[in-house]
Design a protein around this ligand. Structure first.
Ligand SMILES: CC(C)(COP(=O)(O)OP(=O)(O)OC[C@H]1O[C@@H](n2cnc3c(N)ncnc32)[C@H](O)[C@@H]1OP(=O)(O)O)[C@@H](O)C(=O)NCCC(=O)NCCS
Length: 208
């Protein structure tokens, strides 16, 4: 049996591990990184640390095997990371751009290190309508059993309950399985670029 429960501080290593093992367009990215925690520094750990009430895990007999992670107000979340999360990581991971390394020579580690130094920001228009965002990942053993549907449902309910008016999330262009999943759930696709799909869900509540 798989249960979905709220995040606990001792789940942090599982967030890092699951993020890495699903980090190559839904496939295992372990072989792509020499530092196994780099990807989780960006896409997983800060959500557990700074938005624990919007982090949920799926756990079975083998342990935690999936999560959904949310940020209620993406702009406030980024400001918090600027103050408390990125500075020590920037000191630890050099920015390949600052070192003058040509972009097409960056390793996977260096690309992630660059995004620690220069986090991607979303447009004001998007954040006005869809201020929250989320990440959803399940290890293979928990895929295809309805856990993805349950996890995202849990997070959408939690965001709604906290007064969010909308949530956005980005899917990599090579992750057709995830795109098919979100489309199957009827979640609106706002934009599709060459290497990404942007989804957004509006909640019919007052804006905060
Ligand atoms: C993508 C992912 C979250 C989907 O979760 P899942 O638990 O495997 O999917 P579920 O079993 O909950 O599927 C829910 C429904 O979507 C359908 N579905 C799933 N994938 C689908 C696809 N690619 N195309 C069409 N329908 C799909 C299922 O058939 C199921 O239908 P039903 O409930 O109407 O019977 C999960 O496979 C995963 O974590 N993959 C690896 C990491 C990843 O890619 N994360 C997303 C990054 S943006």
């Amino acid at each position: 049996v798989t249960v979905i429960r709220g995040y606990r501080p001792d789940d942090l290593d599982d967030l890092y591990r699951i993020c890495l093992e699903t980090g190559a367009s839904g496939q295992d990215a372990t072989s792509l990184y020499s530092d196994p925690r780099l990807i989780g520094h960006v896409f997983a750990a800060p959500y557990g640390l700074f938005e624990p009430a919007l982090a949920f895990v799926a756990e079975d007999e083998a342990g935690v095997g999936g999560y959904v992670l949310g940020a209620l107000d993406s702009r406030a979340f980024q400001e918090r990371l600027e103050a408390e999360w990125w500075p020590p990581l920037r000191a630890r991971y050099a920015d390949p751009a600052a070192d003058g390394i040509p972009v097409d020579e960056w390793t996977t580690d260096q690309r992630m290190a660059h995004s620690i130094h220069r986090p991607e920001s979303k447009s004001a228009e998007l954040l006005e309508r869809y201020p929250s965002h989320l990440h959803l990942d399940l290890l293979p053993r928990l895929q295809g059993q309805g856990e993805g549907r349950r996890l995202i449902g849990t997070l959408l309910d939690a965001l709604r309950a906290r007064g969010s008016c909308g949530v956005h999330f980005v899917v990599g262009g090579k992750n057709q399985r995830a795109v098919g999943f979100y489309r199957h759930l009827g979640l609106p696709e706002l934009e599709a670029g060459a290497d990404f799909h942007l989804f957004g869900v509006e909640f019919r509540t007052e804006r905060f």
